[in-house]
Design a protein around this ligand. Structure first.
Ligand code: 4AD
Ligand code: MG
Length: 479
């Protein structure tokens, strides 16, 4: 059998000595023709492999270069060197794959995140991305743990859909018709989608919510966790064209139950990472502190990453209405000194500068904003008694802005139909959705957590492109 190896994380944790092990991994550094720092991705900590003089011929020694892959068999011994308690004294060493030192882009030195984005196929091998992607994995696992423990059913909603769940029209079209102008057309020149693969226009999903609601009307509580796609032309540090979203949907929940669940969920995810990825969070915390040293004092975070996470865990999220938020903004010195770029008045969609002011300057903690004007929110949100606002809730997080968007849903058929008509949403095509309101409708609510924004929050990474393996953004689809 080839793969009888000990993972480096496990080896370093056990601290036992005297036994024989096989380790495999990639060379990070090789010093004095004697000391190899070997890493297998199970942890950022390398195991030191000691090659005694005379064990290997010169030709083999030359092939031990940064990035080369090795299989090492040896004895675990106590280390006299600094920084590790054990090391592996090699008995035999096999080079599994060479790595040309002249050409290997990852040299053992600090590379910028920008540079690493261009070599995203290799960046997993750095400490920063090792930590980020182990944490991303843990958080994904924790999502399932959280909902499974509560008895929610994991529903796989479709990736290809024929509806625009958010009504925002930012969709990628899916078609097998030719795009060179030769697609079948009606006499008036419009495309005849009867001839298309699905017999109608289709797109990549922007949200699994509408299908999620169908599930909640039978299982009471469901969640989805899958990729979603938005063709919004936003080149920001918080937007991707392909991102992962977690969308729980619960029957017999009102807006307050919804807020409570979302807050509990976010705290659970943070706690899970703190308990299971302590080393990686500590590493990233130090990395962030180093990075922030380059910034002017007023741009630095008041809290380190770990302190920030602990603070969020130990404090209730602030809960305010949209109307409160507008008033706070209007009364701020920031506004009076004309420091906001976008105008503020009741009815506007909060811009990210407004959201950041509220969470970073005013409250200094996550804030849940409810009761947005109906006009700026999706058709499915429940109308409040004032007839102007809807039972929407957005959660805003420091350094991130909107991390969750959700609402209580409009369960009253007549009100929903009227709203859809106002917004020119074709009711005939949405008949399946309206059926849930026709047959045993119940108060229900749900929300969507942007998974990458959550990973950003826990890792402290400032650019969303650095928390997804291969980012899809406008004019960029590498790998
Ligand atoms: O606020 P959004 O658009 O809400 C929905 O899609 C609802 N259907 C959710 C629901 O109620 N079931 O998106 C939800 C979250 C946002 O708060 C944000 O965290 C994330 O998804 N998100 C994005 N993340 C990365 N890139 C983008 N382009 C994103 N757009 C939204
Ligand atoms: Mg939103």
């Amino acid at each position: 059998m080839f793969n009888k190896r000990t993972k480096i994380k496990q080896l370093l944790q056990s601290e036992q000595t005297g036994h024989e092990v096989t380790v495999m991994g990639w060379v990070r550094t090789f010093r004095n023709n004697q000391f190899i720092a070997l890493n297998d991705g199970s942890t950022n900590n390398n195991v030191q492999v000691v090659v005694e003089l005379g064990l290997l011929d010169d030709a083999t020694l030359k092939r031990i270069t940064t990035g080369a892959s090795l299989k090492v068999n040896g004895i675990v011994v106590a280390s006299v060197g600094k920084g590790q308690s054990i090391e592996v004294k090699a008995k035999s060493l096999e080079i599994l794959g060479d790595s040309d030192a002249e050409k290997y882009p990852l040299q053992p030195k600090k590379h910028s995140l920008e540079f690493l984005r261009h070599i995203a196929h290799l960046r997993f091998r750095t400490n920063t991305f090792g930590s980020v992607f182990r944490i991303r994995h843990s958080l994904a696992f924790a999502v399932h743990q959280f909902f499974n423990d509560k008895g929610f059913v994991y529903l796989h909603t479709p990736i290809i859909t024929a509806s625009d769940a958010e009504g925002a029209g930012e969709m990628f079209q899916v078609t097998t018709l030719p795009i060179d102008g030769s697609a079948p057309k009606y006499p008036d020149g419009s495309i005849n989608y009867n001839e298309d693969f699905f017999g109608k226009p289709t797109n990549l999903t922007v949200s699994g919510q509408l299908e999620g609601e169908l599930g909640a009307m039978a299982f009471s509580e469901i969640y989805t966790f899958g990729p979603t796609f938005r063709a919004e032309n936003s080149n920001t540090t918080r937007h991707l064209a392909e991102f992962w979203m977690i969308e729980p949907e619960m029957a017999f929940y009102d807006i307050e139950d919804n807020m409570n669940l979302a807050e509990e969920f976010i705290k659970y995810l943070i706690q899970y990472a703190m308990d299971h990825n302590r080393d990686d969070i500590e590493f990233l915390s130090q990395r962030l502190a180093e990075e922030e040293k380059q910034l002017p004092q007023d741009k630095r975070s008041e809290l380190g990453l770990i302190e920030k996470l602990e603070f969020v865990l130990n404090n209730a999220f602030e809960r305010i209405t949209y109307t409160d938020a507008i008033n706070i903004l209007l009364e701020s010195n920031h506004y009076k000194k004309k420091k906001f770029t976008y105008d503020i008045k009741w009815g506007i969609d909060l811009q990210s500068e407004h959201e950041r002011y509220l969470v970073e300057k005013h409250f200094k903690k996550p804030v849940i904003v409810t009761g947005y004007p109906a006009a700026i929110k999706a058709f499915y949100m429940r109308m409040n008694d004032d007839g102007k606002t809807v039972a929407a809730m957005d959660i805003l997080a420091p350094g991130i802005g909107e991390i969750v968007g959700g609402s209580q849903r409009e369960e009253r058929l007549d009100k929903l139909e009227a709203r859809m008509k106002d917004m020119h949403i074709p009711a005939e095509e949405m008949s399946w959705y309206l059926d849930t309101r026709r047959f045993g409708t119940v108060p229900h609510a749900g929300f969507g957590l942007g998974f990458e924004r959550m990973v950003q929050f826990v890792t402290g990474m400032t650019n969303i492109r650095d928390v997804i393996a291969f980012a899809r953004t406008p004019k960029n689809c590498e790998f």
